[in-house]
Design a protein around this ligand. Structure first.
Ligand code: CA
Length: 510
């Protein structure tokens, strides 16, 4: 009888993952001679030993739960059979200043990007039409569509026009302390490297968020050329407003059109990492491959952002020990504390994550999800913690504090200045962004076979033992350079799929 491989991550794990794409039937045998006592679907866990009630269930070398009842060797281990352990106590995580060994530099890799005046580099050359308030979203979309239809052909170096619309700007407590998060997010999105430093803002006129607040100090000196108000009395009708916005846009298009791609070192990449619709494979295929790439980018002097507070909270003890000094370690803990309080305010806690789909993909609880999730941060030291909506401050690996919500995390990473997005999924999501290429990585081959036109990279062969993390990591690294250079297009750009930007607004609405 054929025996089957069960994937274990750490030597002391007492559960393993079924990697067969069709799952395993009752009566099958593992390579270690364990007899399956019931059918076990792909991605689900099997008990590798007999567990008494209260026994620690170990995956990734960490406790992911306590057995709620005795579990026989060869049985399925799922969320219904385990009690979730307490999260790491934030007060008792040791902080230290450490001398972390510098990784071996990686040299000689380049991509063709658009250099910006502020030193950042775009992977695309896009006109962004920013908005100060939701009221003008319709005009912004109308103008963006009209430019695409009537003007864009004349500006062959400009890739696209994007209306940066959102739900903020009025009807909010604009002076509440938390309002700074959505405000700086909108400002920093307009200054994302892929918009080339050309900021055009459409405002209404009476909104609480004054459009000037969306400009940098340099831009404020010439605010008249950056802002157009719909309520400006020179406009008699909608058509005049459209004409005004088109004229303004033309100036920006001319400037953007003068830009050309030129060779840039990998140190100019800012790669945002995110998971969405994860499954039990994410932590052993897609996320570790992304983590391998993260280490390559950091070694080359580039920047990597990882995020999703609720998906690192239960693994925070493993991250604080990677902080470059006590200050960064404390900043990580502070972001966790803030989020614990935020969830508590809503009568909730970390168990609000995972989703039903995560569970159907074999992830039992948030502890297991977090341990798989942090794999995409690789092994580099954490050099900085960026509060939500702030811009990247240092090269290397930074934690950008964001919710795990795909749309909000992506929006905040755009604000932080990412010019490349890696998105790992096991269940499958059509997630995309209009201003930054999103490379979608499937954690299992079952998904990439079904969604062959929606997935850019299949990390599934790792689970099947056909390829190593290192081999696939280099493949992904080269793919990223081609995408950053505009030589290859990601699936969601090819299909024209993109999600709305969604702001994180913990402040009050009026
Ligand atoms: Ca997410």
């Amino acid at each position: 009888m054929a025996t089957h491989n069960i994937l274990k991550v750490a030597p002391n794990d007492n559960v393993g993952i079924v990697t067969n794409l069709n799952g395993l039937k009752k009566g099958s045998k593992t390579e270690d001679g364990i007899l399956l006592r019931e059918d076990i679907p792909m991605g689900f866990k099997i008990a590798l030993e007999h567990m008494e009630q209260g026994k620690e269930i170990i995956r990734y070398g960490e406790v992911i739960g306590l057995a709620k009842e005795p579990i026989d060797k060869g049985r399925l281990v799922h969320f219904g059979k385990m009690i979730i352990p307490e999260p790491p106590r934030l007060e008792s995580i040791p902080l230290q200043d450490r001398r972390l060994s510098k990784p071996e530099p990686l040299k000689g890799y380049f991509f063709d990007g658009y250099k910006n005046k502020d030193g950042s580099v775009g992977t695309r050359n896009i006109l962004g039409i920013s908005t100060s308030v939701q009221c003008v979203a319709g005009l912004a979309e109308h103008v963006a569509n009209k430019i695409k239809a009537e003007l864009l052909d004349q500006f062959s170096n400009v890739d696209d026009v994007v209306a940066i619309t959102h739900s903020y700007g009025c009807g909010v407590a604009i002076d509440a302390p938390a309002a700074i998060i959505p405000i700086r997010t909108i400002r920093n999105i307009a200054n994302n490297p892929n918009f080339g430093g050309e900021v055009m803002v459409l405002g209404l006129g009476c909104e609480k968020l004054r459009p000037e607040r969306l400009l940098t100090n340099d831009q404020k000196e010439d605010s008249g050329s950056h802002i157009m108000y719909m309520q400006d009395e020179r406009f008699q009708r909608f058509e005049d407003m459209v004409k005004g916005a088109m004229e303004m846009a033309k100036n920006y298009l001319k400037k953007l059109n003068e830009r050309k791609r030129e060779p840039c070192p990998v140190s100019d990449l800012v790669v945002g990492m995110q998971c969405g619709g994860s499954d039990a494979f994410s932590g052993i295929t897609g996320n570790p491959v992304a983590g391998f790439v993260s280490d390559l980018i950091v070694r080359a002097g580039g920047s990597v952002l990882f995020s999703e507070v609720t998906e690192v909270r239960d693994a925070i003890h493993l991250l604080v020990s990677r902080a470059i000094d006590k200050k960064v370690g404390q900043a990580l803990i502070n972001e966790m504390q803030w989020y614990d309080a935020y969830l508590l305010q809503g009568n909730s806690d970390r168990s609000a994550n995972p989703t039903p789909g995560n569970k159907m993909g074999g992830i039992s609880n948030i502890v297991e999800k977090a341990l798989g999730s942090i794999a995409k941060s690789g092994t580099s030291p954490i050099v900085d913690v960026i509060p939500p909506g702030e811009k990247l401050r240092k090269r290397g690996l930074s934690f950008a504090a964001t919710p795990a919500s795909d749309f909000i995390c992506g929006t905040l990473q755009v604000a932080a200045g990412m010019n490349m997005h890696l998105f790992i999924t096991g269940r499958g999501t059509p997630y995309g962004l209009s201003m930054v290429p999103v490379v979608k990585i499937s954690s299992n081959s079952k998904l990439s076979r079904r969604w062959h036109d929606l997935i850019d990279f299949d990390a599934g062969p790792i689970a099947l033992g056909e390829k190593t993390i290192e081999e696939m990591g280099w493949d992904l690294f080269h793919l990223i350079l081609d995408i950053a250079s505009g030589k290859k297009q990601v699936a969601c750009d090819r299909l024209g799929l993109c999600n709305d930007l969604v702001l994180f607004n913990p402040g009050p609405i009026t």
